[in-house]
Write a protein that binds this ligand. Structure first.
Ligand code: FAD
Length: 540
C-alpha cells in the first residue's frame, strides 16, 4: 500500500468508523484481495475514559461528541433537545451506555411486511448471533465466539435490586434475558463489555483487523461529499485540518455516518430533493425525496428523587472503584442504567410499548450538568413512537451542522404512551422496597393528572439516543436504499448504519446496527446471506 492514502486506489471507501463502519471495515478486509479504506472524522479511541462504562455521560460535549441538538421541538415547549453522537473510532459505540438489546422480533417482521424481504427476524437472527460472544454461551437465540463481547453486569446496585423487587411486587414479570424468547419483563440488562470494559465496535472488530495490509484507517478526515462520475460513486472528498483530500473507490463507497451524518453527506453530494439542494447551490445527482425524512427516536423522560443513600453513583469515580475496575469489578464496570426492562402499559397490547431504566444517580438537564447530590432516576421511553422528524441542510458548508427536528410527541399517541409509562414509574416509586430508597422528589409532575404529567414531559423530554431511519431501506417512494442497501438512482454507493432501518426497533439500537452491518458485509461480498434457507422455506 502507498504511504499516502490519497495516492492509492481502494476497492471500498467506508465513511464513518462507528457501530456499522467498523464491522464493515473488518468483514470486507477479511478478503485479502479487497483494499479497504475507512475514513473517520474523529480521532482514535485511546482515551481511557472511553473504556469505562460508568462514565459515558462525562464524554458528552467533549472532543468525542458531535454535540448536535434539535431545532425547537414544537410539542416540547419549543426546546432544543440535546443529541449526542460519538465521534472517533467506534463512533457512538465508543460513547454509548453499552446496553445490549436487539429489539423485539416483531420489529423485523414488520420491516419484512413492509416489503423489506431479507430483513425479517429470521434473516437477522443469524447475524445477531454471528456478531455475538455472549458469556452465557451459545444457544438457539445467542451466539458465542463472535467479535462482540456481551456480558452480564458485574455490579448489581442495591437500589436497582430494590427497583426490580418493587416491579415484582407491582405484578410485573421478571426477565433474565431480554434478547431471549420474550422481551417483556423487568431485570438486569446485559452489556457490550468484556472484563468490565467497553466493547465498542472499534475494540471488537477494528483493532483485531488493524494489522491487515489491505486495511487503511484514516482518522480526523471529515468527508465533505461523495465524488461522482455521472451517477457512479468513484470516491470521497474529505477535509483534514484545512487540507482537501480525495480518496478513490474502484468498487464502492459505503456511507456509515449515522442517522444524522449519512443523510447530511448524501444531500451534500446531490442526493435528495433537487429543488431544496439547488437553493444551496448543490447539483442534483439523484432525486430522492426520502433522504433525511422518516427520522425516528425514542422520546425519553424521567422522574428523579434525591436520596440519602451512600451507594448511588454520586462520587463513584474514585480511587477505590478505579482499583476495583482493574480487577473487572465494581460500579465503574456498569453504565448505571443496567436495571430496567420492557412493559406493556395496556394489557391489550401484543408487544411492550415502554422501556424502563432505574439509574442510581440524579439525572438532570439531559445529563449535561453533573449531579450535585445523590439521587435516583426512574426513566422510560416509548418503544415504538409514531412521530417522525427530519434532517435537513441549512448551509452549503458540509462541515456545518444540519437542522434536526425529531417532532417528539407530534403524534398524540406517543404522549399518551409516555404518560402511561411515567405513571407506572410513579407507582413503582411508591412501592417497597424501592420506596424506602427514595427521598424528596427532584423532578416530578405537579400531580397524578394527565395534564400535569404531560406538562412535565414537555418540559423535560430528551432524546432516547436512538436516532434511526433517515435513509430508510424499502420499496416505497420514500425509500433511500434498496433491499441491498444501494442508494437508489446511483451506482457503487450504499448506506449501511442505523439510518437504513425502516423504523426504530423496540429497544436500544447498537446491536441492531451491528447486525445490519454484518448482513450488509455478506451482500457486498456477494455471499449468500445467512438465513436465506429460512427465508426460502417461508416463501415456499
Ligand atoms: C450517549 C448514547 C448512549 C447510547 N446508549 C446505547 C446503549 O446503551 N445501547 C445501545 O444499543 N445503543 C445505545 N445508543 C445508540 C447506539 O449507540 C447507536 O444507535 C449506534 O451506535 C449507531 O451506529 P451508527 O453506525 O449508525 O452510527 P455511529 O456509531 O454514530 O457512527 C457514525 C460514524 O460516522 C462518523 N462520521 C459522521 N459524519 C462523518 C463525516 N462527514 N466524515 C467522516 N466521518 C463521519 C462519526 O464520527 C461516527 O464515528 C446510545 C447513543 C448515545 C448517543
Amino acid at each position: 500500500m502507498s504511504a499516502d492514502p490519497r495516492d492509492a486506489t481502494y476497492d471500498y471507501v467506508i465513511v464513518g468508523a462507528g457501530s456499522a463502519g467498523c464491522v464493515l471495515a473488518s468483514r470486507l478486509s477479511e478478503d485479502p484481495d479487497a483494499r479497504v479504506l475507512l475514513l473517520e472524522a474523529g480521532g482514535p479511541d485511546s482515551d481511557e475514559m472511553l473504556q469505562i462504562p460508568a462514565v459515558f455521560a462525562t464524554l458528552l460535549r467533549t472532543d468525542h461528541d458531535w454535540d448536535h441538538s434539535t431545532g425547537p421541538e414544537p410539542e416540547c415547549d419549543n426546546r432544543r433537545v440535546y443529541l449526542p453522537r460519538g465521534k472517533g473510532l467506534g463512533g457512538t459505540s465508543s460513547t454509548n451506555a453499552t446496553i445490549y438489546i436487539r429489539g423485539h422480533r416483531r420489529d423485523y417482521d414488520e420491516w419484512r411486511e413492509l416489503g423489506c424481504e431479507g430483513w425479517g427476524w429470521d434473516d437477522l437472527l443469524p447475524y445477531f448471533k454471528r456478531a455475538e460472544d455472549n458469556e452465557r454461551g451459545a444457544s438457539a437465540l445467542h451466539g458465542a465466539g463472535g467479535p462482540l463481547a456481551v456480558s452480564d453486569v458485574r455490579h448489581r446496585n442495591a437500589i436497582q435490586q430494590a427497583f426490580i423487587e418493587a416491579a415484582a411486587v407491582h405484578g410485573l414479570p421478571a426477565n433474565d434475558d431480554f434478547n431471549g424468547p420474550d422481551q417483556e419483563g423487568i431485570g438486569w440488562y446485559q452489556t457490550t463489555t468484556r472484563d468490565g470494559l467497553r466493547a465498542s465496535t472499534a475494540a471488537a472488530y477494528l483493532h483485531p483487523a488493524a494489522s491487515r495490509p489491505n486495511l487503511t484507517v484514516e482518522t480526523r478526515v471529515h468527508a465533505l461529499n461523495i465524488i461522482f462520475k455521472g451517477t457512479r460513486a468513484v470516491g470521497v472528498a474529505g477535509l483534514r485540518l484545512d487540507e482537501r483530500l480525495e480518496f478513490r473507490a474502484e468498487r464502492e463507497v459505503i456511507v456509515c455516518a449515522g442517522a444524522y451524518g449519512s443523510p447530511q453527506l448524501l444531500m451534500q453530494s446531490g442526493i435528495g430533493r433537487p429543488d431544496e439542494l439547488a437553493q444551496l447551490g448543490i447539483w442534483s445527482v439523484s432525486d430522492l425525496p426520502g433522504v433525511g425524512c422518516n427520522l425516528q427516536d425514542h422520546p425519553f423522560a424521567e422522574i428523579v428523587f434525591l436520596t440519602d443513600r451512600d451507594d448511588t453513583m454520586f462520587g463513584a469515580f474514585n480511587e477505590t472503584n478505579l482499583e476495583l475496575l482493574e480487577q473487572g469489578q465494581g460500579p465503574l464496570t456498569a453504565p448505571g442504567l443496567q436495571a430496567g426492562g420492557f412493559v406493556r402499559t395496556d394489557d391489550g397490547l401484543e408487544t411492550p410499548d415502554v422501556q424502563l431504566y432505574c439509574i442510581p444517580a440524579l439525572l438532570r438537564d439531559e445529563a449535561l450538568v453533573p449531579a450535585h447530590a445523590p439521587g435516583v432516576t426512574l426513566a422510560q421511553c416509548v418503544t415504538k413512537p409514531a412521530s417522525t422528524g427530519y434532517v435537513a441542510l441549512v448551509s452549503p458548508d458540509p462541515t456545518a451542522k444540519p437542522l434536526i427536528v425529531h417532532n417528539y410527541y407530534a403524534e398524540p399517541a406517543d404522549l399518551r404512551t409516555q404518560i402511561a409509562g411515567t405513571r407506572l414509574c410513579m407507582e413503582l416509586a411508591r412501592t417497597q422496597p424501592l420506596a424506602g430508597c427514595l427521598g424528596e422528589p427532584y423532578q416530578y409532575p405537579a400531580s397524578d393528572s394527565d395534564a400535569d404529567i404531560a406538562a412535565m414531559l414537555r418540559r423535560h423530554t430528551g432524546s432516547g439516543l436512538h436516532a434511526t431511519s433517515s435513509c430508510k431501506l424499502g420499496v416505497d417512494e420514500l425509500a433511500v436504499v434498496d433491499l441491498e442497501l444501494r442508494v437508489r438512482g446511483t451506482d457503487g454507493l450504499r448506506v449501511v448504519d442505523a439510518s437504513v432501518m425502516p423504523s426504530v426497533p423496540r429497544g436500544n439500537t447498537n446491536a441492531p446496527t451491528i447486525a445490519i452491518a454484518e448482513r450488509a458485509a455478506d451482500l457486498i461480498r456477494g455471499r449468500t446471506p445467512l438465513g436465506d434457507e429460512t427465508a426460502r422455506a417461508r416463501v415456499a
